[in-house]
Design a protein around this ligand. Structure first.
Ligand SMILES: Cc1cc2nc3c(=O)[nH]c(=O)nc-3n(C[C@H](O)[C@H](O)[C@H](O)COP(=O)(O)O)c2cc1C
Length: 209
């Protein structure tokens, strides 16, 4: 598919989409938040940020669901286009959970380690599967990025941050926070920094509008 066709298909799919978006205003100020994590280390640094973020949003009264990509079965997209960017996928796997929650979510959070300057493959596989629901998720949502990495380089982290920024811009989502924790390599190293507290405070601070 040419780039122009890709954009056209996307817009057409979005126009066809009729699933109702949960109105946050009608929901008493409570948001539905989907947290997508990407680390295979259960007690790893990005999961610690996710835990703290979830603690904050829960205390703030929001509804959170979490999908730990590395512990789920999500087949990578094979580009068969059977979904037409807005339909059933040929793979019936754990992505169904994401499909079920992301359309109505008011906010989507990406929690990932840096793997070779990018998002982990486990989380990227989930993002690529957005293709089948592309038409349904081009709607205003909030988004945040929680990212950990071993190095400490503004230039290197900008690669992953730019990816996130372009992704949410393409989807029409609004960034409401980025917690980027450099210099953390062993699982749990982030506990010796103030980034878990920052993730908690970001979650706790979230409000509608
Ligand atoms: C496969 C792999 C690739 C990695 N690539 C990078 C990298 O490009 N730059 C970096 O600074 N750290 C890299 N790291 C280190 C991790 O980003 C770092 O340990 C991070 O805190 C891991 O997060 P986690 O504990 O949530 O898994 C890599 C680690 C692994 C296992």
């Amino acid at each position: 598919m040419k780039r122009r066709d890709f954009i056209k298909t996307t817009l057409a799919a979005a126009a066809l989409s009729v699933l109702p978006q949960v109105s946050t205003a009608a929901n008493g100020g409570q948001m539905k938040i989907l947290v997508l994590t990407g680390s295979p280390r259960k007690n790893g640094n990005s999961n610690i940020l996710a835990d703290n973020f979830i603690k904050g949003v829960t205390e703030a009264g929001h509804e959170v669901v979490r999908f730990d990509s590395a512990f789920k079965e999500v087949h990578p997209c094979i580009g068969c286009n059977s979904c037409g960017m807005n339909g059933p996928c040929v793979f019936k796997d754990d992505f169904e959970f994401v499909r079920q929650h992301i359309v109505d979510a008011d906010m989507v959070v990406f929690a990932t380690p840096m793997y070779y300057f990018g998002i982990s493959a486990q989380l990227k596989a989930v993002i690529d599967r957005f293709y089948a629901i592309n038409g349904q998720i081009h709607r205003p949502k909030k988004a945040a990025l929680l990212m950990t990495y071993a190095d400490n380089s503004a230039e290197k982290e900008s690669i992953l941050v730019n990816h996130y920024n372009f992704l949410i811009k393409y989807l029409g989502w609004e960034n409401v926070g980025q917690i980027i924790a450099p210099g953390v390599w062993p699982a749990g190293a982030v506990n010796h920094t103030d980034y878990p507290l920052k993730a908690y405070e970001l979650g706790k601070s979230l409000k509608l509008a």
